[in-house]
Design a protein around this ligand. Structure first.
Ligand code: FEO
Length: 392
């Protein structure tokens, strides 16, 4: 167990082997469920718990530290990877009260059956004293659920930020010492979890400008003892304009669509646009999500299957619509043999994306001269739009 400061101890669990979250999100580097024990001169608080399969690890850690009493279990967030072991903690420490937002209380009753009398609900900026230490609760809705709050330990200038600033990364390093690795994991996390709530994230980043932060201790991944690193990364992901980048995500069955994708990639590159190309059938969907954080343009490539888009393409498009990237231009390319409603179908799957649709290019069979010319025109159009908007 690592100690951040005297009386502030990481008591959570590292999940080295987890490879999928929400039965959806790949976790190539595992994850951790960070729970923090904060001991004051009079009271003791446990900030968040762990995913239920790891509850024994949490309880053993508390036992090893000879924690005889917990006064407050701070539930920053109701999702079960942090709240799921609250019932076991309450069972072992029956005097403890769960401290959370009013919305979180309702969710914890619904999700875990925590009895209503166990709660103390707190308003935004309300504080609780642990004696010589003070916890301040900062409501932070939609990072990434509506009930979320952050907990600020005033005397130590330490922010327990739950999912905010987190990363799915299993490591024995307490602190984010491997900058490049943590940046990649945090960006992946942002892309998959936080990007749909970009506007609210901006507001919460602005709220934190009022706070001096020496340490940011999230609920996944390493702790940030140089918080500017992760604050600046979040600032760039949420505030910056998209880059001069086009993401091409595609499926090809017999090579026609792949030929079009390769041709468009080369044409875009010749015109100065950076291309990130993903074969959806084999790609790590997290890498695609990360690419969407910065891309100004997305082009979807699909063959026509059963009169519509390839189902794997439809899946990726539905996911992209849910992630709500700040994409400005969209197009569709692909091939068909006898017809279909591919463009109409895909256009109907992206109501969340407020992007300009550029002229699709669909080839009957293997692409010919006219199709390649149309792809060159599409590439020119993308390059010009990026230039006009100052994307670099
Ligand atoms: Fe890590 Fe939203 O739970």
């Amino acid at each position: 167990m690592d100690s951040i400061k005297p009386g502030i101890t990481m008591v959570g669990a590292i999940d080295w082997d987890r490879r999928l979250f929400d039965s959806l999100i790949p976790l190539p580097d595992g994850t951790s469920y960070n729970s923090y024990l904060v001991q004051g001169s009079e009271k003791t608080a446990l900030i968040d718990t762990v995913d239920p399969p790891f509850k024994d690890m949490l309880l053993n850690n508390l036992e090893q530290l000879k924690v005889g009493r917990i006064d407050y279990v701070i539930a920053n967030h109701a999702e079960q990877d942090h709240s799921g072991s609250i019932p076991e903690v309450l069972n072992k420490y029956p005097e403890a009260k769960v401290v959370c937002t009013e919305k979180c209380k309702v969710m914890l009753i619904d999700l875990l059956g925590v009895p209503a009398e166990k709660f103390i609900t707190v308003k935004d900026r309300e504080t609780i004293s642990l004696g010589d230490r003070t916890l301040e609760f900062i409501h932070a809705p939609w990072v990434h659920w509506p009930e979320t709050m952050l907990t600020y330990l005033k005397e130590e200038k330490t922010l327990f930020s739950c999912d905010f600033f987190g990363s799915h990364l299993a490591t024995t390093d307490l602190y984010a010492t491997d900058g490049a690795r943590v940046y990649e994991a945090a960006k992946r996390y942002y892309a998959e979890i936080m990007m749909p709530f970009r506007v609210q994230i901006r507001k919460n980043l602005n709220t934190l400008k009022d706070y001096e932060l020496d340490i940011i201790a999230p609920s996944h991944g390493p702790v940030h003892d140089k918080p500017e690193f992760i604050r600046q990364a979040y600032h760039s992901w949420t505030f910056n304009e998209p880059k001069n980048t086009a993401v091409i995500a595609y499926v090809s069955m017999h090579g026609s669509t792949r030929e079009m994708v390769n041709y468009l990639s080369m044409s875009l590159a010749e015109k100065g646009v950076t291309v990130k190309q993903f074969d959806i059938t084999v790609t790590d969907i997290g890498k695609l999500a990360m690419a969407l954080v910065d891309a100004a343009t997305v082009v979807v490539g699909t063959p026509t299957v059963l009169a519509g888009a390839h189902p794997n393409v439809a899946y990726a498009v539905i996911l992209a619509n849910a992630l709500r990237p700040d994409v400005r231009f969209l197009s569709i390319i692909g091939s068909y043999s006898w017809g279909g409603k591919t463009v109409e179908q895909l256009a109907g799957l992206i109501p969340n994306l407020k992007a300009e649709i550029l002229q699709p290019v669909l080839s009957k069979g293997f692409p010919g001269e006219a199709d390649f010319q149309a792809l060159d025109n599409l590439a020119s159009s993308i390059a010009e739009k990026h230039k006009e908007n100052g994307f670099s």
